[in-house]
Design a protein around this ligand. Structure first.
Ligand code: 13P
Ligand code: SF4
Length: 322
């Protein structure tokens, strides 16, 4: 399906510089804030006021005083911003940029899953739809998941979803059984141990760092595991000069910017499954960002009843990770 902004793609004929200038002007005129995830293309990160991980962007969406939030990320991120700010106009450069992990957890099946475990609470990764959040007790991100699970009494059963790899990593780290929904991110799940070991042998001085959406067979070789923001912070603070980075390569832009002398090697792809780029994040082009501000569309909307139900676990997360 094409959106209005897809049709106009390339139609402006504007250079990157001109687009950046016009976006900056529109931002002032509209009293807008531009939030972008680290996996978006470098020029979109340049245009943004705040670039961050899911938690930082949710907090920024909650705390800003702008009238308009322009969200360059995937759909659940903009939807979360709207849930937190029902009175604001929330725009996305391309509202077809969904997160396949979030979309892999249908509402009816998750409800049935919960019914199979009536004595369990549900902690749900923020990479989920509003409908799944509405069926959950607490949301979390990869930044605060461990901190949130640690606050739940040990005798309390927990359903964790939709990402099985993050759930497995948490279970091992915290020595805590959880009932896992079997979803995964196609980008992170595509990394495999054999190619990671080869890369570590090829670059013996480089540290392997990884996002917890990777499989356990990869994570167990990593010297550090964390959210995109935590990985970035680690590369700044670590005395190491080179890193093999097992997460979506969009993050390399900010890593190179913050540590200009260091070397960042994208983790190798499995030739049989070379899907290590999040194509949905890359749908946020600079031109679509500009056009969504000009057109004040696509606008993200969330039905009131759904919004109120989904807000509760998001608020709980923000309170528990304050
Ligand atoms: P972060 O919260 O670590 O930025 O992760 C978001 C995401 O979608 C990872 O694939
Ligand atoms: Fe979703 Fe994976 Fe893309 Fe993150 S990298 S937005 S989890 S598809």
């Amino acid at each position: 399906m094409t959106t209005a902004n897809d049709k106009m793609q390339g139609a402006t004929g504007l250079s990157t510089e001109a687009l950046l200038e016009r976006i900056a002007t529109l931002k002032k005129e509209m009293n807008a804030v531009i939030l972008a995830h680290y996996y978006t293309v470098p020029e979109v990160q340049q245009a943004a006021d705040i670039v961050g991980d899911s938690l930082a962007l949710a907090r920024a969406a909650e705390e800003n005083s702008a009238d308009v939030i322009v969200f360059a990320g995937v759909y659940f991120m903009a939807e979360t911003a709207k849930i937190l700010n029902p009175g604001k106009l929330v725009l996305m450069p391309d509202d077809h940029a969904g997160c396949p992990l979030a979309d892999s957890c249908p509402e009816a099946e998750f409800r049935a899953f919960r019914e199979q475990h009536p004595d369990a609470i549900a902690i749900t990764y923020i990479n989920s739809t509003a409908a799944i959040k509405a069926l959950s007790d607490i949301t979390c991100t990869s930044s605060n998941a461990a901190h949130i699970v640690e606050q739940i009494p040990p005798e309390q059963k927990i359903i964790f979803g939709p990402d099985r790899n993050l759930g497995t990593w948490l279970s091992k780290k915290l020595d805590r059984d959880m009932i896992l929904w079997q979803g995964y991110c196609y980008v992170h799940d595509a990394y495999s141990e054999v190619y990671m070991i080869q890369a570590m042998a090829k670059y013996p001085d480089a540290e392997l760092i990884a996002h917890p959406e990777c499989r356990d067979e990869v994570l167990r070789h990593a010297s550090f595991v964390g959210s995109t923001a935590a990985l970035l912070d680690y590369t700044v603070k670590s005395p190491s000069q080179s890193f093999i980075v097992a997460t979506e390569p969009g993050i390399l832009y900010e890593m190179e910017k913050r540590s200009p002398g260091k070397t960042f090697i994208p983790a190798p792809k499995d030739p049989a499954n070379p899907r290590s780029v999040c194509t949905q994040m890359k749908q946020n082009t600079l031109e679509k960002l500009y056009l969504c501000m000009v057109n004040r569309s696509p606008e993200i909307t969330v039905d009131k009843a759904l919004r109120e139900a989904a807000l509760k676990p998001i608020k709980k997360m923000l309170d528990m990770s304050a």
